[in-house]
Design a binder for this molecule. Structure first.
Ligand code: NAD
Length: 294
């Protein structure tokens, strides 16, 4: 199977490497950053233009930042879709607005090209380990065809519904992750201010009801003052903008999302856009004049 992957950032790079390791060695790749392309080519992939990817690949995958990037790459002038024909497939693994997923699927359907929207959860560590969770949407037979490919990158591959439902599921995921990180930052700030070692608090509660994957991943980063991304603040702002947009369209109340979005925006305005989203702790540190764990 000939595969094309466009987008070799924090996530796309290790995902490409895992496809190669999993035996999908006929892999064409493209990114705006040449160093990222070089790294994946050194592992066995081949660099290709969007045109070559569109013309020759059985399946095209994208792992790009947001809806405008995916739409430009796929549907823009000389976009990949303009070179594709019936019988080829498209899988978008980016986290984008579900409305955009449906628009792209509708354009591709005009050429009888089937699409899956397949956003992921798990972040860079699970992208490296090949243990991401995929929220896949589209037709059952397309899902069945590409499940083995997705299994080289993920440990959980779940079909959620029709195209667009994958990105709605991802938005639900992003609300829970953001609000969990905020609660964790608030709790560790309370501990520090009250003179209790945040590391001890973390160790004491991580096995109880408050424990979570978010806590295990982000508490050590907050305590060490490590804000290397991971998942960038600006990308989480993008996801929560999509949550607010979708929620206002369907009439769902999202007051917690609105609040944590303001904190993320404060961090963006204070040079935090490229930091890991665990840097929500830095908002609390600034408010309370402490450093968690230090
Ligand atoms: P990133 O910013 O590290 O990577 C995006 C890549 O896309 C960059 O290498 C960039 O050069 C490339 N790109 C942008 N426009 C392009 C174009 N026109 N042509 C070719 N390449 C282009 O982002 P990431 O962290 O890898 O995230 C990618 C997607 O996955 C996002 O939608 C994000 O929300 C989602 N996601 C990220 C994580 C995470 O923890 N990082 C976890 C789950 C989902």
């Amino acid at each position: 199977m000939k595969i094309g992957l466009i987008g070799l950032g924090i996530m796309g790079k290790p995902m490409a490497k895992n496809m190669l390791k999993g035996g999908y060695t006929d892999l064409l790749v493209n990114d705006l950053v040449q160093a990222a392309v070089d790294e994946v080519v050194a592992c066995g992939a081949k660099q290709a233009s969007n045109e070559e990817i569109g013309r020759t690949c059985d399946v095209v995958l994208t792992m790009l930042p947001n809806s405008p990037h995916v739409k430009a790459v796929m549907l823009g002038e000389n976009g990949v879709a303009s070179f594709m024909k019936e019988g080829q497939y498209y899988i978008d693994m980016s986290s984008i607005n579900p409305v955009a997923s449906k628009e792209i699927a509708a354009e591709l359907a005009k050429k009888n090209i089937e699409m899956l929207d397949a956003p992921v959860s798990g972040g860079e560590p699970k992208a490296i380990d090949g243990t991401l969770s995929f929220m896949v949407c589209g037709k059952q037979e397309v899902f069945d065809k590409f499940k083995p490919l997705l299994e080289t990158m993920g440990a959980s591959i779940v079909l959620c519904g029709d195209v667009g439902a994958g990105n709605t599921t991802k938005l639900a995921n992003q609300i829970i992750v953001a609000c969990n990180i905020q609660a964790l930052a608030e709790a560790l700030t309370l501990a520090q201010k009250a003179g209790v070692d945040p590391e001890k608090v973390f160790q004491a509660i991580r096995g109880g009801l408050a424990g979570s994957t978010v806590m295990d991943a982000k508490a050590p980063m907050m305590i060490a003052g490590n804000d290397k991304p991971g998942f960038k603040i600006d990308l989480h702002i993008k996801d929560l903008n999509n949550v607010l947009d979708c929620a206002h369209t369907v009439g769902a109340p999202v007051p917690m999302t609105a609040q944590v979005q303001e904190i993320l925006q404060w961090l963006h305005n204070h040079d935090g856009g490229q930091k890991d989203h665990s840097a929500i702790a830095q908002y609390y540190e600034a408010l309370s004049d402490i450093k968690i764990g230090r």
